[in-house]
Design a protein around this ligand. Structure first.
Ligand SMILES: N[C@@H](Cc1c[nH]cn1)C(=O)NCC(=O)O
Length: 432
């Protein structure tokens, strides 16, 4: 067992350093979320500027994800070995320089290199934030604070998109990209000046690169429990990627005859619900000291909400309210990160979080085109193709039912042991 460092972050200098790390890492996550959606703010002008067709522009924009997804596991491995500070600084710099390169050129190949650099830097944001939360704060605060990181990303991106589209209209996309590039440099500067490394097993690690990779991957990718949780997370996250992120508005306009603006507004409820639900779910889970049945209950309620929106004759208001609820209970999928990392040693937290995230993002790369293909095969019937959304979420509930609720001793702090000895013992036991 790895000794549990003092992660109580109760106040004083340690408390300040912990909260500073939380704010900087959340700001980096929010920032990378803005950079990923930024090209969508003025697709036609940007495509025309680089002389690209719609599909060429789509490919240019999606380069972000092609580097972001595989880099997750690399990010997790290096965080566990070297700590987070260097990678938050380097990641935010790469993200920012990628945006600046994109705006400085009129050659599509150079813009593509900029997009790859942005995706590369961005890949460190989410995993670093959860790694810092894990190592700066007590284990009983992980679910709440990781949910809060998610909420910052979601609300920041939602509000940022509205603000930035206004600015793009007023000042043009290149100036807005220049501004966001500079904002990234400001985050890197804040990290250089204020981000402190927490006490973690990385500080004492002396294994060679090959041995570290072998041991960490064996602990994470070699664990059936981690695989089951990752697939649960992927299926549970599927409505966000597939419904809210791509096809939901199309289904509401074509199947439910909503206007484009009404459909976009209704779909945006998913993100607001998620922001609230990931914080509430995390808070409740930390309070109860349980994860599994909250994931299960959240998934069942999410599936019911999407089933109702897809197949019941409802008013626009009721659709919005149900998607808010679907997003809210969908926010409970953030608990899959806590479940995965808590089952194994503290020294591989970054790799575990990164693995769950990578599988979740891979789901988007599979399901987004799959639903499009199903809709085409069904003669353009999205209502039918989107049955996969509640079906996947229901499947996630079924899978998590068979995942044991288990907490490795590294993730039970001394204070929790002292306060709840019986609960600590129960959590350590494998409960089917
Ligand atoms: N909530 C995650 C995605 C996820 C993966 N598995 C379960 N949930 C998320 O938003 N990650 C942020 C990212 O961009 O990587």
């Amino acid at each position: 067992m790895t000794p549990v460092p003092d992660r109580t972050a109760a106040g004083g200098t340690a408390g300040r350093a912990a909260w500073t790390a939380f704010v900087i890492a959340s700001a980096f996550f929010l920032y990378e979320f803005v950079t990923r959606i930024e090209p969508s703010l003025d697709t036609e002008t940007i495509a025309a500027f680089f002389g690209l067709t719609k599909s060429g522009f789509g490919s240019l924009s999606s380069l972000f994800f092609w580097i972001y997804a595989p880099m997750q596991i690399v990010a997790g491995l290096v965080l566990d070995r070297f700590g987070a500070r260097t990678f938050v600084i380097a990641g935010s710099l790469c993200c920012a320089f990628g945006v600046l390169l994109f705006t400085a050129t009129d050659i599509s190949g150079v813009a593509a290199a900029g997009r790859v650099l942005t995706g590369f830097g961005a890949s460190f944001a989410f995993v670093s934030a959860l790694w810092l939360v894990n190592h700066w704060f007590a284990p009983e605060r992980f679910a709440l604070l990781s949910g809060a990181v998610n909420a910052v990303g979601m609300t920041g991106a939602a509000i940022g998109a509205v603000l930035l589209s206004g600015l793009v209209e007023a000042a043009g996309w290149r100036l807005v990209f220049l501004g966001t590039g500079l904002a990234g440099l400001a985050i890197a500067a804040a990290a250089i000046l204020f981000l402190r490394e927490p006490a973690s097993p990385a500080a004492e690690a002396d294994t060679g690169a090959a041995e570290h990779i072998r041991q960490s991957l064996a602990a994470v990718a070699g664990s059936g429990r981690v695989w089951a949780i990752s697939i649960t997370g992927m299926l549970f996250y599927m409505p966000v990627n597939v419904y809210a992120g791509l096809w939901g508005a199309t289904e509401l306009t074509s199947g439910h005859h909503r206007s484009q603006v009404a459909a976009e507004t209704i779909v945006s409820m998913v993100f607001w619900g998620m922001a609230l639900g990931s914080v509430f779910g995390g808070w409740l889970s930390d309070r109860l000291g349980h994860r599994k049945y909250l994931v299960l209950g959240g998934a069942v309620l999410t599936a019911l909400a999407y089933l109702s929106v897809l197949y019941l004759p409802l008013s626009a208001f009721a659709e919005g309210a149900l998607l808010l609820a679907g997003g809210f209970f969908g926010g409970f999928q953030m608990l899959t990160f806590a479940m995965a990392k808590e089952g194994i040693a503290n020294s591989v937290t970054g790799t575990a979080v990164a693995f769950v995230n990578m599988i979740g993002i891979a789901g988007a790369l599979i399901f987004q085109p799959l639903v499009g293909y199903l809709a085409d095969a069904a003669g353009g019937n999205f209502e039918l193709a989107l049955a996969t959304v509640p079906a996947c979420v229901a499947l996630s509930a079924l899978i998590v039912l068979f995942v044991p609720e288990y907490r490795h001793p590294d993730h039970i702090s001394d204070s929790a042991q002292a306060r709840f000895p019986a609960r600590a013992e129960t959590l350590e036991r494998t409960v089917p």
